[in-house]
Write a protein that binds this ligand. Structure first.
Ligand code: HEC
Ligand code: HEC
Ligand code: HEC
Ligand code: HEC
Length: 231
């Protein structure tokens, strides 16, 4: 009798435990999916300029980083890999899984950069880690010559070192700002082309001093001084 009571109460306990566990998991399943939005900054940012701060946590590291001159890029290599100024560069290295659209397979190297022994180069940091379909725009190189001659030629890229109004004043930004909001990704660190590596990554708020080049050039014809006309 005692044994039977023992078995019955064991089953009763198991049944109650089942109801409790099932109830908890059922309630958990009904909870709304909620991803807390992290407050990134305590100061209000101008939305169109907020990209400037995307890598500013690394600004001091960039300022203190030694330069590895044997493996640095120049603007010539930089332009070489683009069909025209501002075009997405092609992928100059092998891509293992041809079906892979990108995501972490690319970001594990391109999110923060770093030296890759296999390619003997520093990884350029992507200015847009949030656009995870990398291969929608970046394609591997399969050939380095044209299939057929064409008369297409690249429009010239803006010159560097000639963009300041006065000697020592901050140069204007000669390129478009769209898709270029994250300044430090291209202008700082060992993968930045030597001609555009910024001497002051730690100043952080780049667009406080550097403004886009929206100068309009008007044709004024032949300039004549007005007082020459006076008889
Ligand atoms: C093992 C690390 C690694 C992985 C993974 C990787 N890359 Fe790269 N990537 C590099 C390195 C290093 C370079 C620089 C190569 C050079 O300069 O010769 C580079 C260069 C590039 C460039 C040329 C950038 C420029 O300014 O010319 C593009 C575009 C690129 N990778 C896209 C991708 C995409 C898309 C993926 C994912 C399918 C990917 N990479 C995966 C390390 C990596
Ligand atoms: C909507 C198209 C698009 C997508 C998607 C995209 N890119 Fe780009 N990417 C561009 C363009 C355009 C540029 C060239 C900007 C320039 O040189 O003016 C660029 C530049 C780059 C560069 C060169 C930066 C440098 O300093 O040389 C790297 C590296 C890169 N992208 C990696 C990636 C990776 C990794 C992904 C996926 C996480 C990705 N891109 C997704 C269009 C795209
Ligand atoms: C995709 C990479 C990339 C990003 C992101 C980028 N730049 Fe540039 N920047 C360049 C290149 C390449 C040049 C050289 C001229 C050209 O090709 O347009 C340049 C040139 C400049 C120059 C002129 C330098 C000189 O000596 O004349 C300034 C200033 C500048 N950029 C500021 C900025 C600021 C500020 C940001 C952020 C809002 C930014 N750039 C984002 C690639 C980039
Ligand atoms: C307080 C103003 C100020 C801020 C903020 C600032 N710059 Fe500059 N920048 C200058 C001045 C001034 C020069 C010209 C330096 C010279 O001619 O010696 C310059 C020059 C440059 C150049 C040309 C190359 C060089 O280093 O001389 C680049 C590229 C550049 N800045 C990018 C940036 C980027 C990217 C940021 C954000 C991390 C930034 N700047 C923040 C004032 C500023």
């Amino acid at each position: 009798m005692k044994k039977r009571l023992g078995i019955i109460s064991l089953f009763v306990i198991l049944f109650i435990a089942f109801i409790v566990v099932w109830n908890i998991s059922y309630q958990a399943g009904r909870e709304e999916a909620y991803v807390p939005v992290e407050a990134k900054s305590s100061v209000d940012l101008i939305p169109s300029e907020s990209g400037v701060f995307e890598r500013s946590e690394y600004a001091l590291d960039y300022a203190n980083m030694p330069v590895d001159i044997n493996h640095e890029r120049s603007l010539n290599n930089y332009y070489d890999n683009r069909a025209f100024h501002g075009a997405p560069p092609s992928i100059p290295h092998p891509v293992e899984d041809e079906c892979n659209m990108g995501d972490n397979a690319c970001l594990k190297c391109h999110q923060n950069g770093g030296y890759v022994e296999k390619f003997k180069a520093y990884t350029p940091v992507t200015p847009h880690p949030e656009m995870i379909n990398c291969r929608q725009c970046h394609v591997p190189q399969h050939t380095d010559k044209l299939f057929k001659g064409t008369n297409f030629y690249k429009a010239e890229a803006p010159k560097v070192g000639v963009n300041s109004a006065l000697q020592g004043s901050p140069p204007v930004i000669p390129h478009q700002v769209q898709m270029h909001e994250n300044c430090l990704s291209c202008h700082a660190g060992p993968s930045a082309p030597r001609e555009i590596r910024v001497s002051h990554p730690e100043r952080i708020n780049c667009r406080q001093c550097h403004v886009p080049n929206n100068k309009e050039v008007k044709d004024i014809g032949i300039f004549k001084r007005a007082n020459h006309e006076i008889q």
